[in-house]
Design a protein around this ligand. Sequence first.
Ligand code: ATP
Ligand code: SF4
Ligand code: MG
Length: 416
Amino acid sequence: MIEVQKNTTNSDNSNTEEKELLLKVKDLKTYFYTEEGVVKAVDGVSFTINKNEILGLVGETGCGKSVTALSLLRLVRSPGKIISGQIEFEGINLIDLPENQMLHYRGNTITMIFQDPMNSLNPVMKVGDQLAEVYLLHQKEYLKEELAKARQENSILKEKLKQMKSDLKNASEEGAETLKVQINALKRKVKGRITLKDIAYRESSQLLDRIGLPNADSLINRYPHELSGGMRQRIMIAMGLACNSKLLICDEPTTALDVTIQAQILDMIRELKNRLHNSVLFITHSLGVIFELCDRVAVMYSGNIVEYGTVEDIFENPQHPYTKGLLAAIPKVTPESRKNKLAIIKGMVPNLIYPPSGCRFHPRCPHAMKVCQEIRPDLIPLNNAVQVACHLYDKDKSDPDLYRPLTNEERLEATI
Ligand SMILES: Nc1ncnc2c1ncn2[C@@H]1O[C@H](COP(=O)(O)OP(=O)(O)OP(=O)(O)O)[C@@H](O)[C@H]1O
Ligand code: SF4
Ligand SMILES: [Mg+2]
């Protein structure tokens, strides 16, 4: 459908590379028990993430992306509850872990950059203190190495300064003037005792610089409420990146940012993955971002994954009617496209308290059949690279009544 020219030069993932499993989610169900009824927000979601891989999770608003991510860290709050399923991280089922062991995974092993930056930053702590704390907690060994290097460089500078001062005593009048200038310049570089905290601040300031926040040295002395929404979002991203965890979950981290900053952040996430060989679950509404950044993509609709596979396969040859609709709805920037109406997926996202029977997409699907109303389709492999949950791909379609298109009356009934 779309000509695929994805730039894979930044990615060291190749098809021939042996994939090592990091996370396996199986039949995960998370419901909210509200006064209006049970919201089946995540209703049987299964996917895997390999080491050194970026998996994109895409879908319309309210389809369960954030609840899926929160479930992975067991951070769903009441009235929400994980009902069933498995979340195996490096072979350990996180669902079974006692809370004190789960604490070890949060932040250390799995980090999440939340969708709402204001609620995720500490309002009474300066930005620099919050970032430095993350470094001190999660990258202590790295900081120690950097501290040793910094102290060594500093002692070399101190020796040089000592030598210059001694040279000054014997220097000619002209030479002394030049030496004094050099000594003053060097004095500004030489530091007193460097501590681990100094290195944590230095790293924090450099990271802010790298995610496009200018004047990082002054920013680290400000409180979150003194920053704009976009700045706070980038601080959250910086904190997530500073954790250096095996799995980074990014929940719509760039939605509030302009495209140039967004591109810088996507580059950083990709660079981080390539350098540290960690994995990322990237949640977004934007198929463009998925295409640029991810290795594989899971398309979610109304609490279920409906299509799942490599980015190349799904963008080039989508199989599920919902994925086809999403891709067709991407605006194209051509003179012809100005004359045409934008393609849309007709109908509304379903109410998750009373979801449609069978395939939850059937009230909106142009190919809906009788079977779609009655039986929920399982996610089945079409080939090595793609899985799809849709009755169009059922092997046995011998029952003509089940596989007939819905009548107009039936369709109307489904949409009410
Ligand atoms: N605390 C809650 N109580 C009741 N329902 C909830 C709660 N939190 C989430 N939900 C419901 O769960 C469903 C999935 O929500 P979720 O936040 O995962 O959607 P999303 O795909 O992340 O949407 P968006 O793209 O807008 O962020 C929604 O229908 C939402 O109303
Ligand atoms: S299962 Fe049926 S309703 Fe659902 S997407 Fe496939 S054809 Fe459409
Ligand atoms: Mg969300």
